[in-house]
Design a protein around this ligand. Structure first.
Ligand SMILES: Cc1cc2nc3c(=O)[nH]c(=O)nc-3n(C[C@H](O)[C@H](O)[C@H](O)COP(=O)(O)O)c2cc1C
Length: 353
């Protein structure tokens, strides 16, 4: 039997354990289809939504943005906003929709977000963040967490970050994901702000030493499961992986349940995930969806393996064509198989279709 799609961990009580390894919130990337794919690779890792702004939910009535498949659990909703009343309402909508955690974005540097006083610029207003979190905590039963930077603009991270954490923790937040670089809001694009300011992992370790009772995850620049495990071994509570999990999901997630969560089970495989996606894709197409809405998240599944390029090309050239369906995926997979498969994939026995 293929090693995939085991029953997911359900419910809020699992989110903190799951936060040992999480896939970061990424706009336009970690939509529900992407999360469904990631869930086929790891049953236990915590998955985050894209950021959803509180105004969109509360004033815009965009509650369709909250839709997800129950098999995505454990799954956290990330909110953007800076109005405590509106964030509390949005958190209530999220918890009501079934999310196991509500996370506040204090890290996103995009212009659009800055103009609404959301995201990283809130590093300058820790008391407002604390007020927002207190309002959300009062509104919902699920954990409220914060994803932040180490500072913005001319702030001194070593001074600002402990003060930020102290104030926000006093409002009741006990779990933080720290993107270990500053955001330079003047002059750098959002993309540059994910690469240019240098990473400061030692500061995150220092925060763990200063706040041993808090659950702290490190984020930023983590490119392999081994690297993630090294942070855990060094005493951090969690690791959040963004781009690497999106571009090489099998590398990050296939062995995660065993190596990060200690599960006694065979690792998942990219092939198994493809197989598990087929019924999901059929249901999506039957409901009027398009194939490439899902396959665009699958392009990196075989990254680094023979046939990866053919897989990517077949899907990207064919998936947007009218009438494209699961047979395109089967054809792409056949190309991967024809290219030859390593004896061991993600440390597991391979399960071809
Ligand atoms: C395409 C893209 C979209 C992102 N959108 C969000 C977002 O909605 N909310 C957020 O907190 N961070 C967002 N981020 C930042 C990531 O969550 C993460 O902090 C960053 O990419 C650093 O981690 P990495 O080096 O593992 O990718 C985004 C990153 C990317 C690449």
């Amino acid at each position: 039997m293929a090693q995939h799609a085991r029953a997911p961990e359900r419910g809020a009580r699992n989110v903190e354990q799951a936060a040992r390894l999480s896939v970061a919130p990424m706009m336009d990337w970690t939509d529900r289809h992407c999360r469904y794919l990631h869930r086929q690779l790891s049953r236990r890792a915590l998955l985050y939504t894209e950021m959803v702004t509180a105004p969109a939910l509360v004033r815009g009535g965009a509650v369709h943005l909250l839709e997800f498949d129950v098999s995505e659990h454990p799954v956290a909703l990330q909110l953007g906003g800076s109005d405590p009343v509106e964030l509390a309402q949005a958190a209530r909508l999220g918890a009501g929709a079934g999310y196991g955690e509500i996370n506040l974005n204090v890290g996103c540097p995009s212009d659009r977000v800055q103009s609404g006083t959301f995201g990283a610029v809130l590093m300058k207003s820790p008391d407002l963040v604390a007020e927002c979190c207190a309002a959300m905590i009062a509104a919902v039963d699920v954990p409220v967490t914060v994803k932040c930077r180490i500072g913005v603009d001319d702030q001194v991270p070593g001074d600002v970050l402990p003060d930020f954490i102290t104030r926000v923790a006093a409002a009741g937040v006990d779990r933080f994901a720290i993107h270990a670089r500053m955001a330079w809001l003047d002059g750098l694009s959002p993309k540059e702000n994910r690469d240019v300011p240098p990473l400061d992992y030692p500061l995150v370790h220092r925060m763990k030493a200063e706040f041993p009772a808090l659950h702290l995850s490190v984020n930023g620049g983590i490119g392999s499961l081994d690297q993630a495990r090294a942070f855990l071994d060094a005493g951090l509570d969690g690791v959040m992986v963004g781009r690497a999990a999106y571009h090489q999901p099998a590398d990050i997630l296939c062995a995660a349940d065993r190596l990060v969560f200690g599960a006694a089970q065979a690792d998942s495989t990219a092939e198994g995930a493809v197989e598990a996606m087929l019924p999901y894709i059929e249901a999506h197409l039957a409901a009027g969806g398009r194939l490439n809405q899902i396959t665009r998240h699958m392009l990196g599944l075989f990254a680094g393996r023979p046939g990866a390029r053919a897989w990517r090309r077949t899907l990207s050239e064919g998936a947007h064509r009218a009438g494209a369906g699961p047979e395109l995926i089967e054809a792409a997979l056949a190309e991967v198989m024809a290219a030859g498969v390593p004896e061991s994939v993600c440390g597991a026995v391979r399960n071809p279709l």
